[in-house]
Every structure is written in C-alpha cells, then in structure tokens.
Design a protein around this ligand. Structure first.
Ligand code: 5GP
Ligand code: ZN
Length: 116
C-alpha cells in the first residue's frame, strides 16, 4: 500500500468504487469518468507506479490480468465486437494516476488509437 495512492485505497476498499472483480492479485472497477459505454480499470492489488516498473517477477500477475480482461470483456458484452486494452505511462503517455492500471474500453467503435 502506497500512502495517498487513490487506487491502493480503492483496492483496500477505503474509497468506494463500482467494483466488478477482485482476487488476490487483481481488482477491476468502472472508471469514474467513462470515455466509452464500457470503460473499466484493471489494477494490480500491489502498488507499482507504472507498467514500466513491472518485470519478469510479475508474470503470474500479468497472466491473471490478461485472463480477467478477457472474462470481463465477455461479461460486459464487448468480446465479439472488439475492445481496446491500454496502459498509459508517464507524462507523454498521459498517465494521471501513478498506480499501474489498464483501461478496458468498448461498446462503440473507438476510432484511431491516437487523436490526430
Ligand atoms: P490515466 O490517465 O492515469 O491513464 O487514467 C486514470 C483514470 O482513472 C481516468 O480515466 C480517471 O477517470 C480514472 N479515475 C481517477 N480517479 C478515479 C476514482 O477515484 N475512481 C475511479 N473509479 N476512477 C478514477
Ligand atoms: Zn497504489
């Protein structure tokens, strides 16, 4: 647990969230400011500042995140039409919350990856 980290507090249940899934490694909840009909956040329960800090030792965790993402995409009804799974890193990546998180987006055509 990192002091003053909003996602650590969500994982611990200290800040409420619309939680969809939690196990010993991963928590998933709805983004508070959705940018698509389906906009979920998947986070490791353990604090990492960003995806670039994660490595080989997080193999089990990363596998779990992939599995949970697929499961939630199906549950949310976006598996067949397609969805996007992205993580922002650092200033140029547009990362606002410094706790590794993956955006699961879908429910409409999402357009190009980057604004042109
Ligand atoms: P980033 O820009 O860091 O990749 O994404 C951070 C995301 O976290 C944003 O989409 C933002 O709406 C979401 N977010 C920020 N604070 C909260 C919160 O307290 N609860 C939830 N559910 N989402 C949050
Ligand atoms: Zn954290």
């Amino acid at each position: 647990m990192s002091e003053d980290c909003i996602f650590c507090k969500i994982v611990a249940g200290e800040i409420p969230s619309d939680q969809l899934y939690q196990d010993e490694l991963v928590t998933a909840f709805r983004d508070i400011s959705p940018q698509a009909p389906v906009h979920l956040l998947l986070v490791p329960n353990r604090h990492f500042n960003d995806f670039g800090e994660m490595g080989d030792e997080q193999g089990e965790l990363m596998g779990r995140i992939a599995q949970v993402a697929g499961q939630l995409a199906a549950q949310e009804g976006v598996a067949s039409d397609g969805w996007r799974f992205v993580t922002n890193i650092g200033a140029h990546g547009g990362q606002e919350v410094l706790h590794t998180h993956f955006h699961l987006l879908g429910g409409r055509p999402l357009g190009p990856l980057l604004a042109r």
